[in-house]
Design a protein around this ligand. Structure first.
Ligand SMILES: [Zn+2]
Ligand SMILES: [Zn+2]
Length: 346
C-alpha cells in the first residue's frame, strides 16, 4: 500500500510522491492525517531551507501541528495519558519526540532534551502526507467536542500555554503581547482567561489586531508607542520580527517578566542592554512546550478558548504550494492556514 506525501525538495518547491506505507515499529501507531496547520517555522524552512541552525539537508515532509485518526495500533496500546488507542480514534499528535532518559527528560523537561527528534524538522518527516507512524505516547485521544481543526491547533496552543506558565501570570497583572499571529492570539485568549486588568497587543497587520481586540485585548497598536512605555508586569514576545524583543523590553515595567516565544529569522536576539538592565528585566526564553496536551485539550473541549476561530483558510494537500505562498505573502486575512484531507477509505 502507498500513500501521498508533499515533499519540500528545495526552497520554495514542493513535489508530490507516492511512498510505501511501512508498518508501525514497536511502540508506534499509524495515523491517517486529517488536519495540519502551517506554522511560521514551516515558512522559514520553505523560504530559506533552514530554521535557526537546523538546515534541511535532503527532501523533507513538513508539518508538525496535526491530528488524524488511528488506522493501526497493536492491542493494548495507550496514548500519552494512558487511554487505550483503538483503530478509528481521533488523536492530536505531539510532534516532539524526546529521548526519555537524559537529565532534562528525567527532570521533567522533555522540551529541553538535547537528543530529540521533531516531526517536520530535518531529518524526521512531518504530517503533510496522508499517513505517518508516530510513537503511541505522542498521541492524545480527542473528545468529540474538539473539531479536527481544533485538534491541529493544540500544538500552537501548547506553545502558548507553556509560555503563559513561564510568565507566572497573576490575576490583576497588566500584560502585553507583541505580535498577534496564531501564538500571540492564543496568548491573548489565555491572558484574558487569567484575569489580567490590562491586555495590550501590538501587531502591524490590521485584521490580526481586530481579532486580538475581539479575543480580549483591551488596547491594540500597530507598533510600540510611548503611551505604553514601561506599563506591563508581564510581556510576551511572539512576533518573530526585527525589533520585537526591544519593543517587549520597552513595554515592560521595571522588574517585569518578558517571555520570548518568537524565533528570529536571523537567529539573533537584539535588545538594548541598558534598557533591560536598568529595569532589571527577567528575560525568559521559551522552548516549545512540555506537558500541555491534556490541559490544552480540556480548555478547548470546555469551550474556554475558541481556537477554530484562528483558522482563516483550509487547502487540500494538492494545493500545499499555494497555502505556503499565501502564508509567506501574509495575504489579507491570513492567520492560521491548514491543509485538510478528505475522508476517503482508510
Ligand atoms: Zn508550529
Ligand atoms: Zn532526553
Amino acid at each position: 500500500m502507498t500513500h501521498d506525501a508533499a515533499v519540500l525538495t528545495g526552497p520554495g518547491t514542493f513535489a508530490f510522491t507516492q511512498r510505501a506505507l511501512t508498518p508501525p515499529a514497536p511502540g508506534e501507531v499509524t495515523v491517517r492525517v486529517r488536519a495540519v496547520g502551517i506554522c511560521g517555522s514551516d515558512i522559514h524552512m520553505y523560504t530559506d531551507g533552514r530554521i535557526g541552525t537546523s538546515e534541511i539537508l535532503s527532501p523533507l515532509v513538513l508539518g508538525h501541528e496535526f491530528m488524524g485518526e488511528i488506522t493501526r495500533a497493536a492491542p493494548g496500546t495507550v496514548d500519552g495519558t494512558g487511554q487505550p488507542l483503538q483503530v478509528g480514534a481521533r488523536v492530536a499528535v505531539e510532534p516532539h519526540v524526546a529521548c526519555g532518559h537524559c537529565r532534562a527528560c528525567r527532570e521533567g523537561h522533555p522540551n529541553l532534551c538535547p537528543d530529540h527528534t521533531f516531526m517536520g524538522v530535518f531529518p524526521r518527516d512531518g504530517a503533510l502526507q496522508t499517513h505517518l507512524n508516530v510513537p503511541a505516547h505522542n498521541t492524545f485521544v480527542l473528545p468529540d467536542s474538539v473539531t479536527d481543526l481544533g485538534g491541529a491547533m493544540l500544538e500552537p496552543l501548547g506553545v502558548a500555554l507553556h509560555a503563559l506558565r513561564l510568565g507566572h501570570v497573576r490575576v490583576g497583572d497588566r500584560a502585553a503581547v507583541v505580535g498577534a499571529g496564531p501564538i500571540g492570539l492564543l496568548l491573548t485568549q489565555l491572558l484574558h482567561l487569567n484575569g489580567v486588568t490590562a491586555l495590550h497587543v501590538t501587531e502591524p497587520l490590521p485584521w490580526r489586531r481586530a481579532l486580538a481586540a475581539e479575543l480580549g485585548a483591551t488596547s491594540t497598536d500597530p507598533t510600540f508607542t510611548e503611551e505604553h512605555d514601561s506599563r506591563y508586569d508581564v510581556v510576551f514576545e511572539a512576533a518573530w520580527a526585527d525589533g520585537s524583543v526591544q519593543d517587549a523590553a520597552r513595554l515592560a515595567r521595571p522588574g517585569a517578566r518578558v517571555v520570548l516565544v518568537g524565533i528570529p529569522g536571523n537567529d539573533e536576539l537584539r535588545v538594548q542592554h541598558s534598557l533591560a538592565r536598568r529595569k532589571g528585566l527577567s528575560l525568559i526564553l521559551a522552548r516549545r512546550m512540555a506537558h500541555t496536551y491534556p490541559e490544552a485539550t480540556a480548555l478547548v473541549a470546555a469551550g474556554q478558548l475558541d481556537v477554530d476561530r484562528l483558522v482563516s483558510a483550509t487547502y487540500p494537500l494538492s494545493q500545499v504550494q499555494r497555502a505556503f505562498e499565501d502564508h509567506a505573502a501574509y495575504r489579507p486575512g491570513v492567520i492560521k492556514l491548514m491543509v485538510t484531507f478528505p475522508h476517503g477509505p482508510a
